[in-house]
Design a protein around this ligand. Structure first.
Ligand code: ADP
Ligand code: MG
Length: 263
């Protein structure tokens, strides 16, 4: 393996679906470090895709390329338009909540609307998203009075408030304890089903990737390459019992094998 497979092989075979993101031989170097090397993939509209690999394999770099935040080599299209810079339909979320401490949860969620010069009629929408992420009754709390998990819920509500239908999530729950993370993952699946956004979720946890995603893009480091794509074709909605099933374990091992075969 090593070199990524041709685009046709990676394209998910669900018929009737158009692709949202198509990467064709994208690469990125920082000086002499090749962070991402000749990566190709296609993600259909509405898919939940996990980008998995060990630290330093280029996951964040690849996500930043899709977000239009950094220049790169190769071809990358989003909704059939070449990626040439940030787009309004793309929203990103990171490991650390970047909330303004002097604004309440609701005021933080309203920020994207304020920045666009809109206000009152967006309040209902902001409240809707705060409820969707499970923060009913906490809308007037300030970040310092919210737990890390709650702060990430606010960040997610703010991301949804932008109206983005392509969500790029870079280890969004990576700094949280395992219980909180698990709960937020289950809620993320519910939210994904409701907003129907195409999602790329970066993680270095194999079980998290298999639990959440329709397919897992497996990356290996030095230089960052796509080792292959593993499908996780489990029914939705999913609950934690999925993890007990032999199919789940088989998929986890398929991913491990793909990582092991190329490291
Ligand atoms: P991951 O998110 O998988 O941990 P990254 O995409 O952050 O990996 O990094 C991939 C490689 O590129 C690493 O070797 C990292 O040190 C390097 N890298 C990432 N961003 C920069 C940068 N802005 N300047 C220099 N090197 C970078
Ligand atoms: Mg990273």
């Amino acid at each position: 393996m090593g070199k990524s497979r041709p685009l046709e092989d990676l394209r998910p075979r669900t018929s009737g679906q158009t692709d949202c993101v198509i990467a064709n031989n994208v690469s990125k170097s920082f000086g002499s470090v090749v962070a991402v090397d000749q990566v190709s993939f296609a993600i259909p509209n509405g898919y939940f895709s996990a980008l998995l690999g060990p630290s330093g394999c280029g996951k964040s770099t690849l996500l930043r390329m899709v977000a239009g935040l950094i220049p790169f080599e190769g071809s990358l299209t989003l909704h059939e338009q070449p990626v040439e810079g940030p787009r309004p339909e793309v929203g990103m979320m990171f490991q650390t909540p970047t909330l303004l401490p002097w604004r309440s949860a609701l005021e933080n969620v309203l920020l994207p609307a304020v920045i666009r010069g809109r206000d009152e009629d967006d309040r209902e929408r902001a409240l809707h998203y705060l409820h969707l992420v499970g923060l009913k009754d906490r809308e007037f709390a300030y970040p310092k009075h919210l737990s890390g998990g709650m702060q990430q819920r606010v960040s997610l509500a703010r991301l949804l408030m932008t109206g983005a239908d392509v969500l790029l999530l870079d280890e969004p729950f990576g700094a949280l304890d395992e219980f909180t993370r698990e709960r937020l993952n289950i809620e993320l699946l519910r939210i994904h089903a409701e907003v129907e956004a195409t999602t790329m979720f970066v993680t270095h946890s194999i079980s998290e990737a298999v639990f959440l995603a329709d397919e897992i893009l497996v990356m290996t480091p030095g230089p960052g390459r796509l080792a292959g794509v593993v499908k996780a074709p489990f029914d939705r909605p999913r609950d934690i019992d999925l993890m007990r099933t032999p199919e789940f374990t088989d998929t986890v091992f398929a991913v491990r094998e793909m990582l092991g075969a190329t490291i």
